[in-house]
Design a protein around this ligand. Structure first.
Ligand code: NAD
Length: 421
């Protein structure tokens, strides 16, 4: 399935931000298109001896601010358009956080659940062989994304090191700790969002103890629940693909974690500890102060945005709110802390991993938490300032903030004005 116009849709954010700044036309011309998107067909041998091929892409969207950075997604619906849209988002996310990176992304069109572990390894190594001249510690640095994980990053780092003939851990982030991964990467996305909400709590009119509903109870959702509950907040509703539960007095997190560990749905906890089964729509409409979408794209749309009662939405997922829904939420004065800021803790600790690999010196987890906190608070505060000063949504403010950094870098490389004035 292809997604025509996904990048065009994402570019509307660029237009909205550009309208707020005096931007040289050359800057927009540069940011409107991906710099390079390479498509290949990976051919691997399957366990039964047959050969099978898979479409794969790597996009380096823009590298003005540094080597491109972005995950590799394994998904049957992956497309070039989607890869370019995700690489565009990464360009802005890295600029939001002032990381010395441009934006990139990669994908393989595959359902990884249909492959054996050995086939998955061959596919992952084939990806690196195909893109060995594109990726590199100073050129383009992949990371995990949907349906890829640290095991796959380990294989990829190893394949790259074999190709270049030397250990090269900084080519990829999200590696296992034993292969040069960073401490603190596991919960970095949730932790970054948590620091952001804490820092802006007063401005967001969230009380010292607030109630939270979380859509999606995977890596990001579970860690967010743990961090928020430990800080005295109440997790009142959570969901996964198979169901949802709520408890106004606060869910029992141990029961939820145990269910997930057993491979069950959060819905399996209903009936005990005051947990009540609810529908996916009920979760979106739950009575709570903070709603945290931590599942997939486009989950909050025109059809359900009106039902939201939360005061604030923290987008731990990438692109969980459609632009139609954005307009509805703005009219309802619901503050959205946008993905390119809210979930940027993940890429920030990936950046720390890259820095540690290059230094050959590894930081304790406390140092990683502290450095992440400083960056989240600094950039969150700046964006909040732009939103208040210019009366913009936080999303548009985040794009304005990133665009002004990108524009500075592009202009410093030389635009028409630069040469003619
Ligand atoms: P994950 O696969 O660990 O968890 C996703 C969860 O969402 C699962 O519990 C799944 O059951 C649930 N889910 C899927 N469809 C759902 C639906 N229709 N309703 C309710 N729940 C549903 O993934 P993750 O790593 O936690 O990532 C979640 C989101 O956060 C994604 O959008 C991802 O791009 C984004 N994100 C993650 C990271 C990271 O470091 N993990 C970084 C940046 C952004």
């Amino acid at each position: 399935m292809s997604h025509p116009g996904l990048l065009d849709h994402a570019l509307l954010r660029l237009d909205a931000a550009a309208a707020q700044l005096e931007i040289d036309a050359d800057v927009i011309e540069k940011l409107k298109y991906a710099r390079e998107t390479t498509k290949v067909r990976l051919m691997i041998r399957m366990d039964d001896g047959s050969r099978k091929s898979f479409l794969a892409w790597r996009c380096r969207y823009d590298d003005t601010r540094g080597p491109t950075k972005g995950g590799i997604r394994y998904h049957p619906d992956a497309s070039a358009d989607e890869v370019e849209m995700l690489a565009f988002w990464m360009t802005f996310k890295c600029a939001v956080m002032n990381l010395p990176y441009g934006g990139g992304k990669g994908a393989v069109q595959v359902d990884p659940r249909t492959l054996s572990k050995a086939e998955l390894e061959r596919l992952s190594r084939a990806y690196v062989q195909a893109f060995a001249n594109i990726i590199g510690p100073d050129r383009d640095i992949p990371a995990p994304d949907v349906y890829t994980n640290s095991m796959i990053m380990g294989w990829m780092a190893d394949e790259y090191s074999q190709i270049v003939g030397q250990s090269s851990p900084a080519v990829i982030t999200g590696k296992p700790i034993a292969l040069g991964g960073s401490l603190g990467r596991e919960d970095a996305t949730a932790r970054g969002g948590f620091y952001l909400v804490n820092h802006l709590a007063q401005d967001l009119k969230l009380g010292a103890s607030h109630s939270v509903a979380i859509q999606g109870f995977g890596n990001a959702g579970q860690h967010y629940a743990r961090l928020a509950a430990a800080d005295g907040h109440k997790i009142v509703a959570v969901s996964d693909t198979q169901g949802a539960v709520m408890c106004a007095e606060g869910l029992n997190l141990d029961a939820l974690f145990a269910a997930k560990k057993d491979g069950k749905s959060v819905a399996a906890t209903a009936g005990a500890n005051g947990h009540v089964a609810i529908s996916a729509d009920d979760l979106i409409a739950a009575e709570c102060d903070l709603l945290v979408p931590a599942a997939l794209e486009n989950m909050i749309h025109e059809g359900n945005a009106n039902s939201i009662k939360a005061k604030v939405i923290l987008e731990l997922a990438n692109g969980p709110i459609t632009s139609d829904a954005d307009a509805i939420l703005e009219a309802k004065s619901i503050v959205v802390l946008p993905d390119i800021l809210a979930n940027a803790g993940g890429v920030t600790v990936s950046y720390f991993e890259w820095v540690q690999n290059r230094q050959g010196y590894y930081w304790p987890v406390e140092e990683i938490h502290e450095r992440l906190k400083v960056i989240m608070e600094r950039e969150g505060r700046k964006i909040w300032g732009v939103a208040t000063d210019k009366s913009l949504s936080v999303r548009t403010a985040a794009y304005v903030h990133a665009l002004s950094r990108l524009a500075d870098a592009i202009e410093a490389h030389g635009t028409q004005n630069f040469f003619t004035s």
